[in-house]
Design a binder for this molecule. Sequence first.
Ligand code: ATP
Ligand code: MG
Length: 261
Amino acid sequence: MRVKLKRIVSIANQKGGVGKTTTAINMAAAIATKGHKVLVIDLDPQGNASTGLGISPDNREYTAYDVLVDGIDINEAIIKTHVKNLSLITSNTDLSSADAELMNDKGRLIKLRNAIEKVKGFDYVFIDCPPSLNLLTINAFAASDSVLVPLQSEFYALEGLSQLILTVREVREALGTSLFIDGVVLTMFDKRVKLAQQVEVDVRDNLKDLVYKTIIPRTVRLSEAPSYGETILEYDASGRGAEAYVSLGAEFLRRDKVKQR
Ligand code: ATP
Ligand code: MG
């Protein structure tokens, strides 16, 4: 069955440094490599997804800021990456003032949603959210079908999750969408650390089927790849990081197919 055009997924967790961007770019690359047309939207003023996909700040002509605040045609902001089937809307520090600049704009919650409606020709859109439940993240949620939550395999993994779930519900109710949490993914998992194993047990006990079977291991390769502007599929194609993200991409597609039945 052909997938519905444009499944839109926010990659979000208001906790910083849990693996959102690493998951966004590498899972997107894995799915693009399978032949799906994928768009990554960098919605974080840090611009890490843009850097990680090899687009230096000088090469970001139109960014997510121009789309949200200046209202340029979103299609003008889409650029191709060096990965086949993978396109990107970049971001930079300009985006950090979007919240303030849109303050008096009545439609501020649905800027991205309205813009994305004009995007054609993609099977999947992944939005890399900033580490906050701010206006940018609300815009991502308002535009999305679902939210994928990376959880770092550490003691406080579940902390903040209830606030995130509440925000998802608020957006769904306020905007009348059918936004849901697609799942949570354990990241930076070190199997030698006993605590990590305990965290996995706790998270699976608490969240059951919401938790992806695939676990992303902690590997230094995943942290090195962005500094070369490469995805893990290029930087270390035969390593554990690439294997994990290929597996995560496949699991995402399987789950997505089941939901469409
Ligand atoms: P932020 O909240 O700042 O946007 P984030 O949630 O997007 O952060 P990442 O940038 O993906 O998190 O990851 C944080 C740091 O950890 C980065 O330096 C990244 O390279 C590294 N990292 C991410 N995943 C792994 C992993 N599985 N193994 C080792 N290092 C990782
Ligand atoms: Mg990030």
